[in-house]
Ligand binder design. Sequence first.
Ligand code: CP3
Length: 341
Amino acid sequence: MTSKPLIDVLAGRECSPPPIWMMRQAGRYLPEYRQIREQAGSFLKLCLNPKLAAEVTLQPIRRFRFDAAIVFADILLIPSALGQRLTFAEGEGPRLAPRIGPENLEKLEGSVDIGVLTPVLETIRLVRRELDPAIALLGFCGAPWTVATYMAGGGGSADQAAARLFAYQDPQGFARLIDRVAQASVDYLVGQFRAGADAVQIFDTWSGVLSPEEFDLWCVGPTAEIVAQVRDQIPGARIIGFPRGAGTSLRRYVDQVPVDAISLDWTVDRMFARDIQSHVPIQGNLDPHALLAGGPALDRAIDAILEAFSNGPFIFNLGHGILADTPISHVERMLARVRGH
Ligand code: CP3
């Protein structure tokens, strides 16, 4: 079997040059993505059309030959499977209705409509067939806390206030919401592995807004539970955790969530991160704004990361998704520098 550099790193091996991919690598900065999205009619229709979703998943691989393809979908398909109505208004971001609060939790008690998620599993099967065996295929889901912030807020918000308030005012009710999302996520991730994913990433975009106690309750505990339950069904399942903005709480996350790698945002202190890397492989860290800026500033940012993390298991990536205005030439410059040509 051909080895996949990214999977080697998840197994704890050092790779030189490091494997590289980008969060949100299929997206609006690519003209070929914008064209297919237009053809699909909307972002959501694109997510749920396996042929077109497979095509946009493969676009960044064809153009840049990244070391991983990530299935084109969205973390908010889970709330949709749980019965919330999901829409993406043009230029406004996601909307979920009705908002979930202590008063209407029973809305979540019905069965999960797993049918909403089957197109994504089909996308994984289609990509698997086309993908070079040296390139890893990644699935993903949102972490329960991050998904719950959208479910309680009815969409995105500046401070995740609705979920934070709900969690303080009715911790038992909030735990039911988190548990519901976690259970659906276990089924979803297991389905992704069975469809052909080599590894999955759990995105906790908003973990950085929580106090340490709440971080342990709503991020660490439920994510550890998902990892354990997925591995009950898929022994040895490879899982990357991304607790964005966790700061020094990363230490407790690493100790208590047995993931195969930790994805780092760009704010983390690199000495601290090297200490994390002595326990678990790491990924990420390039500021998406450095990639947007390009030129010598980008080169310096890349060099600092390579110098800090190349002596251990490391996957090159951004510290969050690529920004839509990023020039393609900056991505090419990054790849050439990381790969040393
Ligand atoms: O990384 C990839 O290329 C795979 C696809 C992927 C998307 N969303 C496609 C997408 C992944 C892994 C996600 C994860 C996701 N979705 C997260 C966690 C990671 C993060 O970015 O913080 C979150 C919070 C969401 C929810 C979401 N989806 C929001 C808030 C928005 C609107 C903001 C925006 O950037 O437009 C989306 C839309 C979305 N998801 C787009 C894409 C390519 C843009 C849709 C478009 O084409 O207009």
